[in-house]
Design a protein around this ligand. Structure first.
Ligand code: SF4
Length: 381
């Protein structure tokens, strides 16, 4: 049995970025204390600890995401970590990540975070182009990104990850070349690359004049970035993720390896014992549930055997380097994968969107760009 991970959601943001579809709660930086939310989180952790099943295997990774977790003061993070240690079976933490907003370039806070055992930071850079940041509603600019990256470097962080967004309106290959050139001044270990999509809950989706995603050039933009990353020794190991050897995300790998994780806080997702559930996407309902002694679940799904198999396949295929281990899927689900999916497989192998090597099935670079369509075919077999 694999160890579990814990994800903690801090939903507060001082702006709503135009492309963002996450559940967020507006927070003015000089505004009210975040302590009441943290108290509720602490109580949610205590409620989970009453379930004997949560103690049946260790937790070895924590990811504090958002929202904007870097709004938290170091002593608040410390209290949260102590609560986790007090109630849940945390052992020998391999990775403790916090997401950092480039607006939060506070070096003193970064040093304090590090002294708490946080050993990985993930920064929502998105772009180094002020114009693109402005039109997408981000609050930070290139100058803040430099300050934050320098602050993290000086605070001694060795595992720094950066998020970049691809397909922003007006984004060009030249922008990306410049972005990478500027970013290589810092000792980055990991890059996450997200392709912009207009989700229904994002402000851009609802504005009258529809935003033009740079759709016809996304493949070129993607190619440009991948080439630039490979040149600097970053290997792609997952559809959206590139790392220098040994710096692949440990916590996030649990999602693709079909390992279990517990999500805490508003809108957080969990996968435990073949059940997926998510917490209330409403601060009021989340608080009310916890205050009345209930785990704040909004929706729960008990996964059928077929659903588990389909999820296992598409999550494995997301791992572009390791792919789907055919021996493993056959053993876990007692199937003969190659004959069960024969027709679908041949179609994608012939189109060179998938390839088979050493009993592993992987996406080709062309397959990565149409991966959603490939996954949906495996979901329907
Ligand atoms: S993209 Fe990040 S910072 Fe912007 S609104 Fe969404 S969660 Fe907040």
């Amino acid at each position: 049995m694999q160890n579990r991970g814990v994800y903690i959601h801090i939903p507060f943001c001082s702006v709503k970025c135009h492309y963002c579809s996450f559940y967020t709660v507006y927070y003015h930086r000089s505004g009210k204390s975040l302590e009441p939310y943290l108290d509720t989180l602490g109580e949610e952790i205590r409620l989970h600890s009453l379930n004997p099943d949560i103690h049946d295997r260790p937790i070895d990774s924590i990811y504090i995401g958002g929202g904007t977790p870097s709004l938290l003061k170091a002593d608040s993070v410390e209290t949260l970590l102590n609560t986790l240690r007090g109630y849940l079976p945390l052992v020998d933490l391999k990775e403790l990540t916090i997401e950092i907003n480039p607006e939060d370039g506070d070096q003193q806070k970064f040093r304090e975070y590090r002294s708490l055992g946080i050993n990985r930071v993930s920064i929502g850079v998105q772009s180094m182009q002020d114009k693109l940041l402005e039109i997408s509603g981000r609050n930070h600019r290139r100058q803040e990104i430099h300050k934050t990256l320098l602050g993290l470097q000086q605070a001694g962080f060795e595992n720094i990850s950066v998020d970049l967004l691809l397909g922003m309106p007006g984004q060009t290959e030249e922008h990306l070349r410049e972005d990478l050139k500027l970013l290589w001044d810092y000792p980055l270990r990991h890059i996450s690359l997200y392709i912009l999509t207009l989700e229904e809950r994002s402000p851009w989706f609802h504005q009258e004049k529809k935003i033009e995603i740079a759709e016809d050039t996304v493949a070129d933009l993607y190619g440009e970035l991948v080439a630039g990353l490979n040149e600097k020794g970053f290997q792609q190991y997952e559809i959206s993720n590139f790392a220098q050897p040994g710096f692949e995300g440990y916590h996030n790998a649990k999602y693709w390896n079909y390992d279990e994780y517990l999500g805490l806080g508003t809108a957080a997702y969990s996968f435990l014992g073949k059940e997926r559930f998510n917490n209330f996407q409403s601060m009021t309902r989340y608080r009310k549930a916890v205050e009345s002694g209930q785990i704040p679940i909004e929706k729960k799904e008990i996964l059928s055997w077929e659903k588990q198999l389909a999820e296992f396949i598409f999550l494995s295929l997301r791992k572009t380097r390791d792919g789907l281990n055919i021996k493993q899927v056959n053993q876990l689900f007692q199937i003969d994968f190659l004959s069960r999916y024969e027709e679908t497989l041949h179609r994608f192998l012939d189109l060179r969107l998938l390839f088979l090597k050493d009993q592993r099935l992987c996406l080709t670079p062309a397959g990565v760009l149409v991966s959603d369509s490939i996954f949906s075919e495996f979901m329907t077999v």
